[in-house]
Design a protein. Structure first.
Length: 196
């Protein structure tokens, strides 16, 4: 590839997805205030998909401005159940509360991904997965949080479906890779146009 590739994300899972696909890249965190953007979008009655895309675009734009000669991949995920939006829990107590709220219900996990080149958006993708959490009792929730430890705090919904988090679900309808954090198949298809 002629242009260096930068992933505008600290996500270890996103990094693993690109590495496993044989893509060489560097990581640069955009350092945006996601909570402020989400709060503003929520007050303005934005759809969750629009908010996820806004977050991904903000990250991509910032990093692309810093590295205008690079191809920048940015992404974000939002979890919506009913009218509630969930972010990464900040503590075990918040993780416990999230799992109780999601128990026995279906929620949407929206993944938005963008590619910027020379400070301009060249591609974006929005993927929506419908995730049905099985009924969870308090003991299961406590044991689950104990088992996964700090990983409980790194994703909205308190799950990583590539590991023990799969035990939380009755059904999942959506792209596996997008649920992990990147719509890798359409992303790779676009990147091939740049002979990555």
């Amino acid at each position: 590839m002629g242009q260096p590739l930068i992933l505008a994300s600290k996500s270890v899972t996103r990094q693993r997805l690109l590495s496993n696909a044989g893509i060489e890249f560097e990581v640069y965190d955009a350092g945006i205030n996601e909570a402020a953007i989400k709060s503003c979008c929520k007050k303005e009655n934005h759809l969750v998909a629009d908010t996820a895309l806004k977050l991904a675009r903000t990250k991509g734009s910032i990093v692309s401005t810093r590295f205008p000669n690079s191809l920048v991949i940015s992404a974000d995920q939002m979890l919506e159940q009913g009218k509630e939006w969930y972010s990464k829990p900040i503590s075990r107590d918040v993780a416990r509360t999230q799992l109780k709220a999601l128990s026995g219900k279906t929620h949407k996990l929206v993944t938005a991904c963008c590619i910027y080149i020379g400070k301009n958006e060249k591609w974006h993708n929005i993927s929506v997965a419908n995730m049905k959490v099985r009924r969870l009792n308090d003991k299961f929730i406590e044991n689950y949080i104990d088992e996964i430890g700090h990983d409980a705090l790194i994703s909205a919904g308190v799950y990583q479906i590539e590991g023990k988090g799969i035990n939380l679900f009755d059904s999942i309808d959506g792209d596996f890779f997008s649920i992990l954090g990147l719509p890798i198949l359409p992303l790779l298809a676009f990147l091939r146009t740049f002979t990555v």
